[in-house]
Design a binder for this molecule. Structure first.
Ligand code: GRF
Length: 312
């Protein structure tokens, strides 16, 4: 199993980072930690990471002027580490949109509240003052707005009579440590599980005019109602281990050109190859879904009756 590589960003004690790091020690954990970076060389979590043999970097605290340089240097180091994803774990910096944009959909954060409640700081205090029955924690995708991206998982934590901020925070932290590794594991696997990949294909194929889904020889496929097929989804066909989309090209010339251009992405599929269809691998990890959408549309156009193609 190819494990997803994670860079963890911390500011302080790094207990969530430690929880991720120890979860990653399980042989079947789908992620590994390749870098721990902090916005100060004194962050306690860095010592723990070093002790566990994980590359650990403490950047000098950025001051007003050099904030953008700090994020450029951080981004460079993260990319050098080979990380596929970033996990923010108590990283107390507002992220510039340029940094967030470079990791769109590949940066997660843990926040000690049941989002969308209590974004920002003092979450435990605010939950206590509001008289809530439950506080909790959330893992979400990071977007340019603070603590605002889509929530991937949450754990409610009961507020007990006489709770103080510290007592509540300590219980929520236990929940955080459980939640983060579980959600991160699910998230990094979403692009490698055939069912999840098919769902992504389906969403795009079915958005085309008069598309319908059927099965052909056990393969989910997409066609135009009462018409021809424009795409086939193949998963481990005859044990080939490949998850891919098969779509039509203009012919064998285009097919050969595409394969030459990117032999890791394209291949000549068995049976379909001689008729100019192309296989697009969807199991390489970082699928470009806009490209898949374009290819589906091209294929749809190649088989659509004139009248239909003209109005679309
Ligand atoms: C956690 O409560 C986390 O939810 C919040 O900051 C705290 C970090 O704690 N974002 P730690 O450094 O992981 O121990």
């Amino acid at each position: 199993m190819q494990k997803a590589r994670i860079a963890v960003l911390i500011s302080g004690r790094g207990s969530n980072m430690a929880a991720l790091l120890y979860a990653a020690k399980a042989a079947d954990c789908p992620f590994e930690i390749v870098l721990v970076a902090a916005d100060s060389p004194d962050a306690a979590g860095l010592r723990l990471a070093e002790g566990e043999g994980i590359p650990a970097l403490g950047f000098p605290k950025p001051t007003g002027k050099d904030k953008s340089q700090f994020f450029e240097a951080l981004d460079l180091q993260i990319r050098k580490s080979g990380a596929d994803y970033i996990a923010l774990a108590g990283f107390m910096r507002i992220l510039p949109s340029s940094f967030v944009g470079g990791w769109e959909g590949r940066m997660l954060n843990i926040h000690p509240s049941l989002l969308p409640k209590y974004k920002g700081l003092d979450t435990h205090k605010r939950a206590l003052e509001a008289g809530d029955s439950h506080a909790g924690c959330s893992v979400h995708i990071v977007t340019a707005e603070l603590d605002d991206g889509p929530v991937l998982g949450q754990t409610p934590v009961a507020i007990l009579p006489g709770d103080t901020e510290d007592a509540l925070a300590a219980r929520i932290l236990i929940a955080e440590h459980q939640l983060y590794s579980r959600v991160l594991a699910e998230y990094v696997q979403r692009d490698s599980q055939p069912e999840a990949i098919l769902a992504q294909v389906r969403e795009r194929a079915m958005a085309l005019p008069r598309a319908e889904e059927t099965l052909s020889h056990g393969m989910p496929c997409f066609g135009i109602e009462k018409g021809k097929k424009f795409a086939y989804f193949t998963k481990d066909h005859h044990g080939d281990g490949i998850t891919a989309l098969i779509v039509k090209t203009t012919g064998e010339e285009e097919q050969a050109m595409l394969i030459e251009e990117d032999p890791d992405l394209y291949y000549r599929p068995a049976y379909f190859g001689p008729s100019g269809w192309i296989g697009i691998r969807l199991d390489g990890g970082a699928t470009d879904w806009d490209h898949v959408r374009d290819r589906l549309e091209t294929s749809w156009r190649l088989i659509a009756p004139r009248k239909l193609a003209d109005v679309f």
